[in-house]
Design a binder for this molecule. Structure first.
Ligand SMILES: [Zn+2]
Ligand SMILES: [Zn+2]
Length: 354
């Protein structure tokens, strides 16, 4: 072999080796170190943490008495989501989308024959299904978090709208009211109930339903293209003095009753909160976990089951990304009738015989 030929041969060999040895080392999962790449390092650490969270949650599903393993999983989740940059990481974005897709897969499969099944979604989003009806509360796409990649894909939003019969939106804030979700419901012919002042000058305004804000009035809302009716009391709640916040108590045709509080936070509203249970028999209460005086809210509604929401809203600074570990402190003795869940989890509720 001449020197030139030999050099050419060595170069070709080097290229082959480079191609075969270097490719796997580039994949972020196989990296042996992340020196000089702190975001890459944290993303991998979050990835491992979230995988452990999911494995533990699967093994220890939602229940009133939390095992140490389940409590540790929710604590680990709080820890990941309290990274100030959490919504910017691919691992967290994938977790959010995957957990929501799991809800859709369950909705496509699950027929409810007794009681209700409740799914928790991002922030204060819930879907509850009974034998007759599937109701959505405050579902959002994540767009308000304003991080590229922290967003539900269009097909996911569309399928949520297809699977549900109605959407309730509590108040104007973007972590509860998402135009893309509302439009998907409207496109699918499903009623969207909104508070006064929300989207009044949008082209789809005619399709929105605004109920009277009256504690003493039972209103009916047609569903299933007028074949069935929901009974709704639209309590006149507030977040602070100024923001109108609808607190709905919804009764399905088979007589199951669900209450969603939105961002209820206004002392004067205890006037009606304290009296809800005098006329209503609530099966499940879905309060914002940070509502002032949670035990008093629960005493007012006197529900059979409490499932707090609004944990880890990622558009908030970490002091208001409410952690799961604070739920137990806030619930106090009411923890005995509460189930704490995270995105993508569900719980079967069977009412006690009357
Ligand atoms: Zn709010
Ligand atoms: Zn909120």
């Amino acid at each position: 072999m001449t020197t030139a030929k030999c050099n050419y041969f060595l170069l070709a060999l080097l290229c082959v080796c480079w191609g075969s040895f270097c490719e796997p080392a580039d994949s972020s999962e196989n990296r042996k170190e992340h020196w000089g790449d702190i975001p890459g390092f944290l993303d991998q650490q979050h990835q491992h943490s979230l995988e452990a969270v999911e494995a533990l949650l699967k093994k220890y599903p939602p229940q009133i008495e939390e095992s140490l393993e389940r409590r540790a999983a929710l604590l680990l989740l709080d820890t990941v989501l309290h990274d100030p940059e959490a919504p910017g990481y691919a691992s967290v974005q994938a977790f959010f989308i995957r957990r929501t897709q799991a809800v859709i897969a369950a909705l496509q499969e699950e027929r409810v024959t007794r009681g209700a099944r409740l799914w928790k979604l991002y922030d204060h989003g819930f879907i509850v299904r009974t034998a007759s009806t599937t109701i959505a509360f405050d579902i959002v796409t994540g767009k308000h978090v304003n991080k590229d990649g922290f967003l539900l894909p269009e097909d996911v939003v569309e399928e949520i709208a297809r699977q549900c019969d109605i959407l309730f939106i509590s108040h104007v804030h973007a972590d509860h009211a998402d135009q893309h979700v509302a439009e998907a419901f409207i496109r699918n012919g499903k009623p969207v109930l909104v508070p006064e002042g929300l989207w009044e000058n949008r082209p789809f305004n005619d399709h929105l339903v605004r109920l009277k804000r009256e504690a003493g009035t039972v209103q009916t809302v047609p569903i299933h293209e007028n074949a069935d009716r929901l009974s709704v009391i639209n309590y006149p709640g507030h977040q602070g003095e100024r923001t109108l916040n609808n607190v709905v108590v919804v009764t399905t045709p088979e007589g199951l009753t669900f209450a969603h509080t939105g961002d209820q936070a206004y002392d004067k509203d205890f006037q009606w909160i304290d009296t809800v249970a005098e006329t209503q028999r609530i099966d499940i209460l879905l309060p914002n976990c940070w509502t002032p005086d949670m035990p008093r809210v629960i005493a007012g509604f006197r529900p059979a089951l409490v499932v707090p929401g609004h944990e880890n809203e990622l558009s908030h600074t970490i002091d208001h990304r409410e952690p799961h570990w604070l739920n137990r402190v806030r619930l106090g003795n009411e923890a005995a009738r509460a189930v704490c869940m995270t995105w993508g989890e569900s719980y079967e509720y069977v009412p006690a015989p009357k």
